[in-house]
Design a protein around this ligand. Sequence first.
Ligand SMILES: N[C@@H](CCC(=O)N[C@@H](CS)C(=O)NCC(=O)O)C(=O)O
Length: 200
Amino acid sequence: MRLWQNPASPFARKVRIVARETGLLPRIEEIAVMVSPVSPNADLAAHNPLVKIPALQMDDGKVIYDSTVICEYLDTLHTGVQVIPSDATRWEALRLQALCNGILEAAVLCRYEGFVRPEAYRWDGWVKGQFAKIRNGLDALASEAPAWGARFGIGQIGAACVLGYLDYRFANENWRSRAALASWYETVKDRASVVATMPA
Ligand SMILES: N[C@@H](CCC(=O)N[C@@H](CS)C(=O)NCC(=O)O)C(=O)O
């Protein structure tokens, strides 16, 4: 399989952590590409009309996206502990993944606003609205984290990607003021899959 990704992408990181947690990494070639809404990658564009990462080419040549679909697919390819449960806890896990994806979407939009959009077109009110989503989402994660225990399923993987991305791109955002979230992150930040995919 081939995975279009970039080490800076938190959505791709989610897939890369799942690949490592499930032992599937040896079957996946990770291809690093640069993407942005204003400079699409030609190779990726030929396989994903949205020109977004992550995208995965399966062994039969077909390509799937986005991170949620790829994680779900990878979870069918191994016999270890499921990252996405199929029992009654499934919906809770998928909701938590959606919460983390929503925080990441807001954070990536803020990154593009500050990095890609020309200064003359930037809009503070819009960025504030995105940051409200990020902070409300972090409050929700902090209230849920004490119940996670040692579980490191798709929701917790998403949470690790959220916190890692904030450290990487928004280091001034003091998310560690939420003590429950900070102490939970301490329990996962040294996992091999998390360390190996940490954005440099
Ligand atoms: N919902 C998608 C989001 C993917 C996404 O937004 N990826 C960003 C990189 S972090 C991207 O490819 N951006 C390029 C673009 O928007 O054109 C997922 O979960 O995979």
